[in-house]
Structures are given as structure tokens and as C-alpha cells.
Design a protein. Structure first.
Length: 684
């Protein structure tokens, strides 16, 4: 079989996984007579190693799904009913352009794009789309729903979203897997961790849930949600007391050590044990392991930053490798995101110069429920009159989703949704535009778990009348009279522009991927991308904003055990077979997942008369969610795990777990606090 050469016979096409996962796998799609029949991992790509997760292994099923949206639709019933009639592309685009033009003539800020990482691609994500909205002068969207608290923490501490190279984790002697169910959400890292384990490394999982990953580590530290910073500070306490420190590294390559040392000495293991809900001796042993094992590596993930103090928690953990000098070795350090290594030319892709000096307001995507219901005011500006949704499903993924549904149900709100399937959000659209899947368009990808650039080439022609996002925004721009030549750029041209001369595009075309020249041990001699060039324990920038310049434990808004009405803390980690709200409609995966579940500890279930498999109500002042109970040791006492993110309409009562989560924001990065949530549970 010849790669990339379309014939009537079977051939393979190189591509990249588009989904929101650190691994960003290289794909090989097998095509037979114009139909994608198989998607597999590319064995030539080191981080992928020929292996895909269970979800993306089903990608051909997703592309060929009988429920794919394959023609434009216009609403033909009440909002939320999901009743539509087919229209032509010209009818749909003409009507959308006319409506957006009329709104923009009054105030373009009344128009809001709503998108996130339904694709992680630079071109089908925020390239032509941002050119369109910049030219229009629409409101900015603060895209914070996943990772911005941790990202801001890394910027304030390490200087950017940078860290150790993932391929060297297999050489570590201790790996802390902190806030990550790697088996489900970072499979290719888990393979490296298993290799390290076979070579004698100790694996420790730090997570409120006894996940599949926690079960397979040597030790599980099952702390309370939102207490990670307290644990990190107690580790620092023990490093100081026992002098498990690299004094030369601290002197040469860090900033603010004396202040951090003073703060850490206040966090004895006993104090942290009370806050975290774990034994003090377990904290001591963790610190001993971390202070004496070399190399020691930390794999952070984003679960731990979805609480009020999430930014401070990431800052505290990101400080640890500099205390012990772990950065000196290539298998030492910390990795949360590698995306800061990429020399992406976002200005070339997104063209902010098209704003021509205008500074539209910014709407935080986390608070879309409140903002859709907010009237015009001097402080807020115009009411939101139109929303264009692409690469996202806000009805399912945004917090306090009862308000989100209420906002999208407004009869005076004009909603356009670019989608592949009839999601919860599609049900509220005025126009639905059928979008291509990854197998049907060009794109180029960075990663946040490794340091390769990947090119995605279309393997098949778009099915039905589906069009790439880029083509939709090109056509809208033409109809609205936008004449800048950038609106004629092809998708392949934008792929080439994404990195300019900084990445070898010829190599991308030939192999499908190209590696960045990141040093094996990037901070062995300091050289952090901070203003000082050091790991900044103390951030002067935060201090200038009136915030604490040093990391600290910031308690949850809703502290576990603080409410008699709502005595249970709830976290909502992803179900293993879904990725955010993607793949929920793939029947083979949904059949494996079963039904929406709430995991409860046996003690909490017994106290409420709840049996395994029983139907329960999970509720707080924000709403109610009905699902099936799973009585399980995966939950710790006092904490329940509402596995997400099911589509609302596939839930038992038309809601999902985000009916209960709040629109409050984190300490840094303006991010959501999905795991900072108190509830009560009762039999339905």
C-alpha cells in the first residue's frame, strides 16, 4: 500500500489526532475506494509508537457515523426542540451574513464566537475564524474552560508552558503522577511510566479518586479536592528540615527562595494532613522519596487546577524540582504542558491587525450562562445578540448548565452552530452548518505532551455537504464584504504559515511530523524563560497585581465538610471512553461506558440507603442531576465522583453533571472551578 497516493485500491494517508489530549498522535488512515475504513497509530512517530487510545481507534466509525450532520439546517421548531428543516448552503450563508451584518451595524460586540478544543488544530481552530471575528470587531472570547489556571501558574513560575521532555520519563527512579488518570487521558506517557516501573522506579499517584492509574501505581495518595498546594508545601517543609536540597541550584537558578522557605516551614506534615485528609506519615514518606530519589519526575495534569486555588497549587508543585535540583537530569523535573516550546506564528494565522485599533470587550466562556442572560449596561456593554459556536458544545461542557440552557433558549438570540453531530447545543441553533471531521480537511498541530509538530492531510473528500470551518468563515467574509486578501488563503497555505521557516514543512509533507530542537535537559543550567532567567518562586508580576507573589494553599470556595446541607464534595473527572463531550454519541464507546454514573464510597452510600446500581438525585442550590449510583472504593469518604461529560439529552432526566458546577473562577487564569463543588445525594 502506498502512503498518500490515492488510487482505486487501498492506500494510507498520514494525519494527526485532533482531540484535546497531551499525546497528539500521528495517524495512518486506510482508505478504500474513497471511504475511510481504518484509523491506526503511525509506528514511525516515536511518541505514538503505532498505538492509539480506545477512543480514536474508533475514529473511522465516528467519521462514517449514520448520524453525521451532512447538510445545512434551519430551525423549524422551538429552541431546544432539535427540530430543523434542510436548506442549501447559499440560503444558510446568505441569511447568517445578513443577520450578523445587521447586528454589527449597531454594535459588533453584540456578536460572540464560542469555541474551544473540539479540534486542537491551528487552522480549523482559530485561524480563518479569528480573521473573520477580528475584521468584524466581535467580542473576544476568553478561552479559559480547561487549562488557563495551570498555564498562568507555569508562566509565573517557569516562564512559559514548558517542562521536561516526555520521552525521558522512562529513565526516572520516582514518578509522581499528580492529578492525572494517565491510563485514560495520557496513554502514551503511561507506557513510559510502565517502562520506568519495570526498571525499578516507584510510581505514586496523587488524586482524590482511586482511578485506574492509581490502582496500578505503588502508592496512592487520596487527598481531598483542592488541597494539592498544602501537600506540596508540606513536601517542601520536609525537604528543608532534612536538607534534601540542592543549595547550589537554589542559589544560581531560583528567585525568592528565602520567602518560600519561610512559608514552607509553616506547613508541617501534621498541618497538611488535617487539610488534605491523608496521614501525616504518608506525607513524610512522599517527601522522603522525592528528596532522596534521583532522577525524580512529576507528571502534572489539569484536574488539580479546577478549584479556587488551582493556580497556586500548580505554582507550588512546579517549584519542587528546583528545590532538589531535579532539573539537572533529563529524567528530572515536571511536565504539565509542552505547548510553550512551539514557535507558532499566531499573528500570521489569526491576523489581529484586522482589528485596526479596536479593542472589543472580553467575555469569559466559563460564565456564558450569566452573560447570555445579562442585559445591556454601561459596565457590560451591549447584550449578546448572536453566538457563533464551533469546536465546542457549551450546553454540555460549560458550568451551571441550567443557566446556559436558559440563555441559549432566548428567542431573540441568533445562534449558529458548526458541528458534526446533533449535540445539546445544536438543539438550540437557528442554523446548523455541517462540519468536516479530521479525515476530511487540512490542519497542522502542536502538542502539549511532547515536542513534535504534526501535519494532517485530508484522507477522503468531505462526506455529504460537510465543509471545513475555514471554508465557512471564508464564505461569510465574502458575503459580508471583507476584502482583505487573507480571506482567500487556502488551508494548505495557512498550514505552511503556522511556523514559517522555523519548522521544515517538507519534512511534514514527507513524514507527517517534525521534531522541535528542545534540549534533553532544558533547565540543567537554569535559563528559564522568565524575566530573571530563574525559576521564580516569587513572582513580582503577581505582587504588582496585588496578589501573593509566593505560592500558598488557597482553600476551596466550597470547602469539603464545611456545609451541613451539602456535606459531600464532588469532582467530575472524564469518563474513560469519552473525551470531554466528544465520542458520547459513538455507540460502541457509549455501550462500554453504560450510563451516567456517580461513584460513592460505601460509607456514604450506606448512610443514605443507596444501593449499587440505584438511581440517585445529586443536588445543590444550582440544580439537580439524576444518574446511577456506583458504590465503589474509587471514591474516598466524603467525596463523590460524577463521571462526565455526558450529553444532557442522553442523561436520565435531561441534565448532566454540569448542572451542579459553578461559574466562579480560579485564583489565577480566570478558569473554571469544576472540582470545587459541594452536593448532597439521595435516592431518586
Amino acid at each position: 500500500m502506498d502512503l498518500q497516493t490515492p488510487t482505486s485500491a487501498t492506500h494510507q494517508v498520514r494525519g494527526a489526532c485532533p482531540h484535546d489530549c497531551p499525546d497528539t498522535c500521528a495517524l495512518l488512515t486506510t482508505v478504500q475506494e474513497g471511504r475511510a475504513i481504518k484509523v491506526q497509530g503511525n509506528p514511525e512517530h516515536g511518541p505514538t509508537g503505532g498505538v492509539l487510545c480506545a477512543k480514536v481507534s474508533h475514529y473511522a466509525e465516528r467519521t462514517n457515523h449514520p448520524e453525521r450532520l451532512l447538510q445545512p439546517l434551519r430551525r423549524a421548531g422551538p429552541k431546544g426542540s432539535g427540530r430543523f428543516e434542510p436548506v442549501s448552503w447559499d440560503e444558510a450563508l446568505d441569511a447568517i451574513a445578513a443577520r450578523l451584518s445587521a447586528i454589527a451595524a449597531r454594535d459588533p460586540q453584540a456578536i460572540l464566537p464560542y469555541s474551544y478544543c473540539g479540534t486542537m488544530g491551528l487552522v480549523q481552530g482559530e485561524a480563518m475564524a479569528m480573521r473573520f471575528f477580528h475584521q468584524l470587531g466581535a467580542s473576544f472570547l476568553d478561552r479559559t474552560i480547561c487549562a488557563s489556571a495551570g498555564a498562568e501558574a507555569l508562566v509565573q513560575t517557569l516562564g512559559g508552558k514548558v517542562g521536561m521532555r516526555v520521552e525521558y520519563f522512562n529513565e526516572a527512579k520516582l514518578i509522581l503522577i499528580w492529578g492525572s488518570n494517565s491510563i485514560a487521558s495520557n496513554l502514551h506517557f503511561w507506557r513510559l511510566a510502565q517502562e520506568a516501573k519495570r526498571n525499578g522506579a516507584k510510581l505514586v499517584c496523587i488524586d482524590p479518586r482511586r482511578s485506574e492509574t492509581a490502582e496500578k501505581c505503588h502508592e496512592h495518595i487520596q487527598l481531598l479536592p483542592g488541597t494539592d498546594a498544602a501537600l506540596a508545601l508540606a513536601i517542601m517543609h520536609e525537604l528543608v528540615v532534612h536538607d534534601w536540597l540542592d543549595h547550589d541550584y537554589l542559589a544560581q537558578h531560583t528567585l525568592g527562595w528565602e520567602g518560600l522557605r519561610e512559608r514552607a516551614l509553616r506547613w508541617t506534615p501534621e498541618r497538611a494532613a488535617q487539610v488534605c485528609g491523608v496521614p501525616a506519615e504518608q506525607i513524610r514518606q512522599l517527601a522522603r522519596d522525592y528528596g532522596t530519589a534521583q532522577p525524580a519526575a512529576i507528571r502534572l495534569n489539569y484536574g488539580m487546577q479546577r478549584v479556587r486555588g488551582g493556580g497556586n497549587a500548580v505554582r507550588a508543585v512546579a517549584c519542587l524540582p528546583a528545590l532538589t535540583g531535579a532539573w539537572r537530569q533529563r529524567a528530572g523535573g515536571v511536565l504539565l504542558s509542552s505547548s510553550g516550546w512551539y514557535p507558532t506564528d499566531r499573528a500570521a494565522l489569526q491576523r489581529p491587525d484586522l482589528l485596526a485599533g479596536r479593542t472589543p470587550r472580553t467575555i469569559n466562556m466559563v460564565q456564558i450562562g450569566d452573560d447570555l442572560l445579562r442585559p445591556a449596561s454601561p459596565a457590560f456593554g451591549p447584550a449578546i445578540e448572536a453566538v457563533v459556536v464551533y469546536n465546542s458544545n457549551p450546553l454540555a461542557v460549560a458550568p451551571e448548565s441550567g443557566k446556559v440552557a436558559q440563555g441559549f433558549a432566548r428567542e431573540d438570540l441568533f445562534t449558529v452552530v458548526l458541528e458534526q453531530f446533533a449535540t445539546d447545543t445544536v438543539d438550540y441553533a437557528d442554523y446548523v452548518l455541517p462540519a468536516t471531521t479530521q479525515l476530511e480537511h487540512w490542519d497542522i498541530h502542536t502538542a502539549y505532551g511532547h515536542t513534535d509538530v504534526l501535519l494532517n492531510r485530508p484522507a477522503i473528500a468531505p462526506l455529504g455537504q460537510a465543509r471545513p470551518n475555514t471554508e465557512v468563515f471564508r464564505e461569510l467574509a465574502r458575503r459580508m464584504g471583507f476584502t482583505d486578501p487573507c480571506f482567500a488563503d487556502s488551508d494548505e497555505a495557512m498550514c505552511r504559515a503556522a511556523f514559517g521557516e522555523r519548522v521544515d514543512f517538507k519534512a511534514l509533507m514527507e513524514r507527517g511530523f517534525a521534531s522541535l530542537p528542545v534540549p534533553e535537559a532544558p533547565f540543567a543550567q537554569g535559563g528559564f524563560p522568565t524575566a530573571s532567567g530563574r525559576c521564580e518562586f516569587f513572582s513580582a508580576r503577581l505582587a504588582r497585581q496585588g496578589l501573593d507573589g509566593l505560592p500558598d494553599h488557597v482553600p476551596n470556595y466550597e470547602v469539603p465538610g464545611s456545609s451541613a446541607r451539602y456535606p459531600l464534595a464532588m469532582i467530575s473527572p472524564p469518563a474513560r471512553n469519552f473525551l470531554n463531550s466528544s465520542f458520547v454519541n459513538v455507540k460502541s464507546l457509549r455501550d462500554i461506558e453504560g450510563e451516567p454514573l456517580l461513584e460513592l464510597h460505601p460509607d456514604d452510600a450506606a448512610a443514605r440507603g443507596i444501593a449499587d446500581g440505584g438511581i440517585v438525585r445529586v443536588f445543590n442550590d444550582r440544580g439537580e442531576y439524576v444518574c446511577k449510583a456506583r458504590v465503589s472504593g474509587r471514591a474516598r469518604p466524603g467525596v463523590v465522583n460524577g463521571l462526565g461529560i455526558w450529553w444532557r439529552k442522553l442523561g436520565l432526566a435531561g441534565t448532566n453533571v454540569n448542572q451542579l458546577t459553578s461559574q466562579r473562577l480560579t485564583d489565577l487564569g480566570r478558569a473554571p472551578v469544576f472540582y470545587d463543588c459541594l452536593v448532597e445525594v439521595a435516592r431518586a
